[in-house]
Design a protein around this ligand. Sequence first.
Ligand SMILES: [Zn+2]
Length: 512
Amino acid sequence: MIPIRHSFTAIVFLISAYTQAQVQPCIDVRTTRRNTGAGQGVYDFNNKWTPGATLKVSFMNGSDWQKEKVKQYAIGWCRFANVKFDFISQGLGEIRISFDKKGSYSYIGTEARNRNANEETMNLGWIENSKTDAQLKSVILHEFGHTLGLLHEHMNPLSNIKWNKDVVYAYYMQYQGWKKEMVDQQVFDRYSVTMTNKSYDPKSIMHYPVSANFTLDGYSVGANYDLSESDKKLIAELYPFNKEVSLENKTTLWSKLQDLNIEYNITENGKLGMKIKQNFLIYNAQNSKCIMAVYFYNADDGKALEDNDGIQASADGKVAAYTTFTPAYQNTQFNDLSVFMPYDELELGNGIFRLKCYVALFDPNLKVITSSGYQYFTYSNGINCKEVKVQSQYDDTNQRVVITPVFTIENAKGVACHAVAYFYDERGIPLKDLNNQYVTRDGTVSSTVDFTPGYSTTLYNNSQVDFKIYLPYSELHLLKGSYKLQYKVVLFDDKWNTIVNSPLYNFSFTQN
Ligand SMILES: [Zn+2]
């Protein structure tokens, strides 16, 4: 578990020549950073509460009007998330709200448990009469988004905002009193992990407003006042409603599923994996040997993961994990009956995968008693780059081919990678080098550029130029004439293992 914490800041008025927008930047203090480089495991959802949970919320202080506003707007999440807020007037809740500290902030998800019981887990410093209801709703939804485990959207690994760093440094240093490192950490840095939207969503309630003079290309993001469509989708995946799949019930056994809780990235018997824990009531099953099974699917295409090694497989060859249980009574309550799924049994190889799983209970004749709704998670393993697209230009002035590979690479932060362009004739036969320049070990004409990703998810040549690969025409070593040639780009890791190949591209070339 990686603690992620969120701290306070002051209200700020961002004033430009023509507009006056209000920026309410939260500070996200992460006590530890995620490891860099290649990793394995589930990389989000670590701070979420159990779906279906009822979170008790208490107030440390504040007026009735302030409390009513919080109650009114916080539940905006609950239409889309299977989680409830129980505002209690006596005692301390898991979520404790104050109104009297500086700024607005909230602990991220279950990190609230790490806070001393007599201290607030959220402060709402801007709940004042002078604000419009839209502003109040905005800040309350934003902070409760953190409480549900969401992070800042402008730090989404895919955000790629081209900050005008000098302007942004100056602004936050002057108006917030932040140090340079703080600006790096709170504004420029991008999460290596996401509890943000899967694709970058500037409409997210979790996005800071961004003024156009903060960016090199005039990109800006206005204040967001409500949940975006992506916010609703994400929170629904994080906290799915437990839609029991009502299959034709051919058994006299009956069960009511309760909380389903998954612990990720834990080790059992020396293997890294996930533990799925289900609470349920089961009826008419005394002394019957039943089965609890968990099935795994790709969340993008809905296909079941195929099992190849016969381990952790269901009868039909799909990836599943299961355990047996025998109720002792006619009606029996099971708490935290668990199944462990080692990640390597998911048989996915390298990459980043959006997965989902569900729990099913079977009677002794393998008839389904009941099953749960889907639980979503993201699993990553090793360096990942799905594809490289390549653009090329013929720079006759400088007599060279200019190749621009466009790609997104994940889990390679700090790894010294290589991009190599290889050149072939029209039959696909490698062009041979003659002078030992622009060459691979086997003598093929090639050109190499080294690059080291700065983020766990890094975009190259996406909307700005990061690097290009050059090959002087003379290095093609061709006699006078016209040629149809081909090239491709291959990315390698620091040990020269292939990460990904581009397709072969054709081009015409005339040697004068
Ligand atoms: Zn925030």
